[in-house]
Structures are given as structure tokens and as C-alpha cells.
Ligand binder design. Structure first.
Ligand code: ADP
Ligand code: MG
Length: 294
């Protein structure tokens, strides 16, 4: 089995004249075809960097990143254009960045298809269908300025889907919306995921979004640190309940990141003792903390 999105030990270093910023430091991530996942993490943890890499906007410094068979470290300029036009669709946080202000909603959706050389009539028809699917069948001729923020993000989703991408990437798509509108956009992403089968990765620091997806991956300091999986459990007598379980992410060589609050609770520093039991591993504080060998 191979995942649709696969990142191994992904590194991204931004170099400027004065300094280097390590935005990703050995990030691992796998996303299966058809999944809808959320990526969460503090500001500056590397979420946008990851999304820009997956979107073919930015090139990794080292490691592996593959999407639908494309090796994102090795794409030629021409392959990159094709990748960005066909394989991925992108929705940005800033509603204005997604749309051209002087074009109507339907012209905005038509544009990527026209650039892709599709016949005019098919383009018009598909734009109308897509806008109907995102609930804007009665706004085809409106310009962005005549649409609300939520409506603009709906158009942005229609644009991102125009060329039937395998992957839809959304970087804080609800960041500028009130919480009711944000919930509607998340529900729309869920519908799009179910109806189009498109794999969706959505970056958010909105817990509302995270609650609406089956898998949430947390990034800390440029690495995936933990995941929350949600599933519905049925009790057999007609009831059901949503169960959320948190996991630490284990990388290929066995590294894992302990949750910060666990480390603080037991005052874990530098070293821990590990012991293996038949079905689990114990982690103990190293109580004499190296006083004698310093
Ligand atoms: P997030 O989206 O989680 O807030 P980012 O991916 O935007 O985080 O940023 C991760 C780190 O990389 C930050 O320390 C940020 O300052 C740095 N960074 C991001 N983009 C650039 C850039 N173009 N040039 C230099 N540093 C950058
Ligand atoms: Mg960001």
C-alpha cells in the first residue's frame, strides 16, 4: 500500500542574508487517498511551509515528499506547472488572494480550466455546476466584492476543484470568517471530500474544524508530534458516541515526541529510563539527573 501523500524526514530551511530559519525539521506524514485531515499547530510551527511544499509552490531543502507519484524535490519547471494545475488545488486564508476581483464568480472558476486548454462550452458548464455544488448557483455573475467572506471561500473551493485535482490543500480557509460561517465551510469541505473523493489537507488553528475531521495531525517545531483519531462507536442498542483518541507519532527510526505537559508533570529532562514489558513500554524520570557526571 502506498499513500497518496508521503513525506519522509522533510526539511525546509529558509535562508536570508542574516539568518536561517528551519521551518521543517524532519517531518513525516502519510495521507491515504480519500482522507480528509486537519493539521494543527502553533503559529510558526511550519504548517504553511508544509502546505506550500505539497502545493508545489515551495521546494523542500531535503528529505522526501511525494504526492500522487510526483517527487516534489525533482519536478522540472514544466512538470511543476502541470502539477500545480492538475494534481493539487489550493485555498488560501486571505479570501482576496483566491479570487481575481474584476472577474465574476463563474469567470473565476472558468479561468484555471481555460488555462488548461479545455473547450469553452465545457468550461462554462462545469463552472456553473461547481458553483451550484458549493451553494452559489444564484451568484454566478457576482464579483468578489459583492460576495460575503464565506461566499468568497466557497468560490475559492470551486476554483480549486475546477481541474479535478487529486488533492485539495487549504491553508486556514476559515481564518477570516466568523465561527458559524467557518463551520459551514468545513461542512462543505466534508461534502466535497465525500462527493468528489478528493483527498483534503486543511491547516487550521480552529478547534471547530479539527472536531469535524477523522484525523488531526499536530505539528510542533517543524515535525509531526501527535495525532488525534476520531471514530464513531456504536453500542449495539441504537446509540453511538464519538470517540477521540490521541497518539504520539513514531518516526521511522523510532523517535517520538513526548507531550509537553507529560514532561512537565514528571519533570522529565535530558534522559529517561525505558523498560520493556510484554505489551507496553515504561518511561521513567532519571532521578539523579546526571549531577555526578557534570
Ligand atoms: P505556520 O504556518 O505554522 O505559522 P510557517 O510555515 O509560516 O508556520 O513558518 C515556519 C517558520 O519558518 C517560521 O519560523 C517562519 O518565520 C519561517 N518562515 C516561513 N516562511 C519564510 C520565508 N519565506 N522566509 C524566511 N522564513 C520563513
Ligand atoms: Mg501559516
Amino acid at each position: 500500500m502506498s499513500a497518496l501523500i508521503e513525506c519522509n524526514n522533510l526539511v525546509k530551511i529558509y535562508k536570508t542574508a542574516e539568518l536561517e530559519a528551519v521551518a521543517l525539521q524532519g517531518l513525516d506524514l502519510e495521507v491515504a487517498e480519500g482522507e480528509l485531515i486537519a493539521i494543527v499547530g502553533a503559529s510558526g510551527s511550519g504548517k504553511s511551509t508544509l502546505l506550500n511544499i505539497l502545493g508545489g509552490v515551495d521546494v523542500p531543502s531535503a528529505g522526501d515528499a511525494r504526492v500522487d507519484g510526483s517527487d516534489l524535490l525533482k519536478l522540472s519547471a514544466r512538470e511543476r506547472v502541470h502539477y500545480r494545475r492538475r494534481v493539487v488545488g489550493f485555498v488560501w486564508q486571505q479570501t482576496a488572494r483566491n479570487l481575481l476581483p474584476y472577474l465574476s464568480a463563474s469567470e473565476n472558476v472558468e479561468l484555471p480550466m481555460s488555462l488548461d486548454g479545455r473547450p469553452r462550452r465545457a468550461v462554462r458548464q462545469r463552472a456553473t455546476e461547481l458553483l451550484e455544488q458549493v451553494g452559489l448557483g444564484d451568484r454566478l455573475g457576482h464579483r468578489p466584492a459583492q460576495l460575503s467572506g464565506g461566499e468568497q471561500q466557497r468560490v475559492a473551493i470551486a476554483i480549486a476543484l475546477a481541474n479535478e485535482p487529486r488533492v485539495l490543500l487549504a491553508d486556514e480557509p476559515t481564518g477570516e470568517l466568523d465561527s458559524d460561517t467557518a463551520t459551514e465551510i468545513v461542512e462543505l469541505l466534508r461534502t466535497v471530500n465525500a462527493d468528489h473523493g478528493v483527498t483534503i489537507v486543511v491547516v487550521t488553528h480552529d478547534p471547530l474544524i479539527a472536531d469535524h475531521v477523522n484525523r488531526t495531525v499536530a505539528i510542533r517545531d517543524g515535525r509531526t508530534s501527535s495525532e488525534v483519531l476520531r471514530r464513531t462507536e456504536f453500542d449495539g442498542i441504537g446509540g453511538s458516541q464519538l470517540v477521540a483518541e490521541e497518539f504520539a507519532v513514531l518516526d521511522r527510526v523510532g523517535r517520538l515526541q513526548l507531550p509537553h505537559d507529560y514532561m512537565e508533570a514528571l519533570d522529565l529532562r535530558q534522559r529517561v529510563r525505558l523498560t520493556l514489558d510484554p505489551d507496553h513500554i515504561n518511561v521513567w524520570p532519571d532521578r539523579d539527573d546526571g549531577e555526578d557526571d557534570r
